[in-house]
Design a protein around this ligand. Structure first.
Ligand code: PMP
Length: 352
């Protein structure tokens, strides 16, 4: 029996998200998933695994609300920000009828989630300087329910102009939700739009513990929005999205000490990023290191050098962007430890 013939048509055609882990690789230097380079240590404190967990663990919600400066009823915690990206579509988009809109180059899961659910996509590429094409967006708003904007943007590392986000919010009023993906916001916290929630009922913000909090393996993310949006998402989320050990560790990460540790992580990576960017800029095979407000650098290399495969073969695993829209010769490099950044520089020198 051909199982494939039973599969939904859109899933038959689906190209799954090419996550760093799915792509694989072999080596000692892993700078392809924008993870924090050093593992944090936690002890479990909850020994109640015979019981189901709280659907929305109070301590986690309270801790994150305090950290983000919002009310607990403006928050939803989920299995990473990835789950939140999809929950929004499940709650707000009619399959085969409504669309989401996104602006590549940007995070790949907006597209993959939409395609999985049979939701249409409208693609409005960014301008050359990786900002929003507001006219293009305005012309494509028909049947759009969700507009995903990533800032700082993955993979480019730039911030989206605040004024443009305001224009977008005004444009989308009474039509669509504007979802600002702030997965990397801790690396430039002054740029968060969280304080705008009072003025915009259709603003949604996505956050995660995967980046600055160094907890990508925990799978814990947040949606911040006004209560009517959160209440709607509560309807479609799984009954127990966070395992008890996940909630236990998330609560510890959001304690006063946990937040302080995160801030030190950010300082460390921001310093490291500056040094790394300076060193990369000095190499002749580097054409451009783009300014970054995140924990990775977007680097453009000379045309004829097969940098990605060269480093891959040396066990240094980076993220090749060259096949994505407007990303020719570009590699995204997560900021690692000093040793890891040095390994990249040393290997690049061998290619030069
Ligand atoms: N948004 C962006 C822009 C990301 O880069 C990522 C992780 N790669 C996510 C969301 C998903 O984060 P999480 O690990 O919380 O699912």
């Amino acid at each position: 029996m051909d199982i494939n013939q039973l599969v939904r048509k859109n899933v038959q055609k689906l190209t799954p998200y090419q996550s760093a882990r799915r792509i694989g690789g072999q080596g000692d230097v892993w700078l392809n998933a924008n993870e924090y380079p050093v593992a944090p240590h936690f002890e479990l404190t909850q020994q109640t695994l015979n019981r189901y967990p709280e659907p929305q663990p109070q301590q986690v919600i309270r801790g994150y609300a305090q950290y983000a400066g919002v009310q607990p009823d403006q928050l939803l915690v989920s299995r990473g920000a990835d789950e939140a990206i999809e929950l929004l579509m499940r709650a707000f988009c009619e399959p085969e009828q409504d669309s989401i809109l996104y602006c590549p180059p940007t995070y790949g899961m907006y597209q993959v989630s939409a395609k999985t659910l049979g939701i249409k996509t409208k693609i409005v590429p960014t301008t050359k300087d990786w900002q929003l094409d507001l006219n293009g967006i305005e012309q494509n708003l028909e049947n759009v329910k969700l507009i995903y904007v990533c800032s700082p943007n993955n993979p480019t590392g730039n911030l989206i102009n605040a004024q443009d986000i305001k224009t977008l919010l005004n444009m989308a009023q009474d039509r669509a939700l504007v979802v600002i993906d702030e997965a990397y916001i801790e690396f430039s916290p002054q740029s968060s739009v969280v304080s705008w929630l009072t003025n915009y009922p259709h603003l949604v913000i996505l956050r995660t513990l995967s980046k600055a909090f160094a907890l990508a393996g925990l799978r814990c993310g947040f949606t911040i929005a006004n209560k009517p949006v959160i209440d709607t998402l509560q309807k479609v989320i799984a009954p127990y999205p966070l395992a008890t050990p996940v909630a236990d560790i998330a609560a510890q990460a959001l304690s006063k000490d946990g937040i302080n540790t995160m801030k030190l992580n950010v300082q460390y990576l921001n310093d490291q990023k500056q040094k790394f960017a300076d060193q990369l800029t000095q190499l002749s095979l580097v054409e451009k290191v783009y300014p970054s407000w995140s924990n990775y650098l977007c680097v453009k290399f000379q045309d004829d050098k097969d940098v990605f495969n060269n480093l891959w073969n040396q066990g240094i695993i980076l993220r090749d962007q060259s096949k994505s829209m407007g990303q020719k010769n570009i590699i995204r490099i997560s900021i690692g430890t000093q040793i890891e950044c040095d390994a990249v520089i040393t290997s690049l020198k061998t290619i030069e």
